[in-house]
Design a protein around this ligand. Structure first.
Ligand code: AKB
Length: 329
């Protein structure tokens, strides 16, 4: 992959883990993190490389950061997720499409490669739900999904029309113990871990049998790096490769957590908006194209993910308790 690298939305769920992974691989000074939010004191203490404030709906700001840092590759992670997108559809369009268009323009002018995450949200109720093919019907019914399909097409267009090296994957729900997700439909899976450890009880906003594709963060990071490092000659597709690590329902996840937290209890209070979104998404993706074209091979299944999540989250939450205790220094 061409360095230097710019990561937009770097303080979000994926960005906060992708930046350290890229820095470990290519060198701390080769990766510029950026976000529209300034870093907290803790984040500042943890960070090891350059950080820039960046509003990705402002093309001049993107151009300035890219030129000043001589950026060659952009990981563009800025996006409003599905549930928040339904509560603010106009903002979701402006942020998701406005930022992507401007990033692609800057990439075209400065000859940068671009990684753009799409999502299972790019599918809709008419899409085959089981073993969802790589190339299939995409008529999503959410604003998030509309921006994801439009984004996939725009990335294809910039590659075909201007030769910009655009690449991407369709992420399923991502589970992680670092920065929490916000505004998504699959967020229930992350919330369940926090509540299982803190209260031994979780009230889920999706029905017990809502099956969705999911992935553990280390695999999500691996996908983002591997697709950008793939030999271009092997790529038949470019943007929006189906990738998945596992699929499960809320009751299956609860049962797996209960193997480690035996008194964990789950109940359900369904949120109709998020349930409708989940019902319109695939149950399981066919990720054969990613496997064939760039060797996609996830490491974590449900059992391995739950074990690792609980271990890491317990450690994180007990460190926070010590830090927050009245006499902690
Ligand atoms: C969401 O739930 O909106 C996201 C996604 C699957 O894209 N996690």
């Amino acid at each position: 992959m061409k360095t230097k690298i710019l990561v937009t939305g770097a303080l979000g769920q994926i960005g906060s883990e992708l930046v350290p992974a890229l820095r470990a691989r290519y060198g701390a000074d080769q990766v510029v993190a950026s976000d529209i939010r300034m870093m907290s004191r803790e984040e500042l203490l943890r960070t090891e490389g350059p950080f820039d404030f960046l509003d990705c709906t402002n093309q001049r700001q993107i151009q300035d950061v890219v030129q000043r840092n001589q950026i060659c590759t952009i990981y563009h992670l800025v996006a409003l997720l599905s549930a928040i997108g339904e509560s603010k559809p106009q903002v979701a369009w402006d942020v998701n499409m406005g930022s992507l268009y401007r990033v692609l323009e800057v990439a075209r002018i400065n000859n940068c490669s671009v990684f753009v995450p799409s999502s299972i949200g790019a599918f809709g109720p008419g899409t085959p739900q089981d073993h969802t093919p790589q190339d299939t019907l995409q008529r999503p019914t959410t604003m998030y999904g509309v921006t994801k399909v439009a984004g996939e097409l725009l990335c294809d267009y910039y590659h075909q029309r201007f030769g910009v090296d655009t690449r991407g994957v369709r992420y399923p729900g991502i589970i992680s113990h670092g920065a929490p997700p916000g505004g998504g439909t699959t967020d229930y899976a992350v919330e369940m871990f926090y509540e299982a450890i803190r209260h031994r009880h979780y009230t889920c906003f999706l029905k017990p049998n809502s099956r969705l594709d999911m992935m553990y963060m280390p695999d999500a990071i691996k996908a983002a790096i591997d697709v950008m490092e793939a030999a271009p000659a092997r790529l038949v597709h470019r943007n929006a490769f189906n990738v998945t690590g596992m699929n499960f329902t809320p009751e299956e996840l609860a049962a797996e957590i209960r193997k480690h937290v035996p008194n964990f209890v789950i109940d359900y209070k369904v949120d109709p908006t998020r349930q409708a979104i989940a019902d319109s998404w695939p149950h399981s993706l066919d990720d054969g194209a990613a496997r064939q074209e760039w060797g996609w091979d996830p490491h974590f299944d449900l059992a391995a993910m739950v074990r690792d999540m609980l271990e890491n989250l317990e450690r994180k939450l007990s460190a926070q308790e010590v830090h927050d205790a009245p006499n902690a220094r």
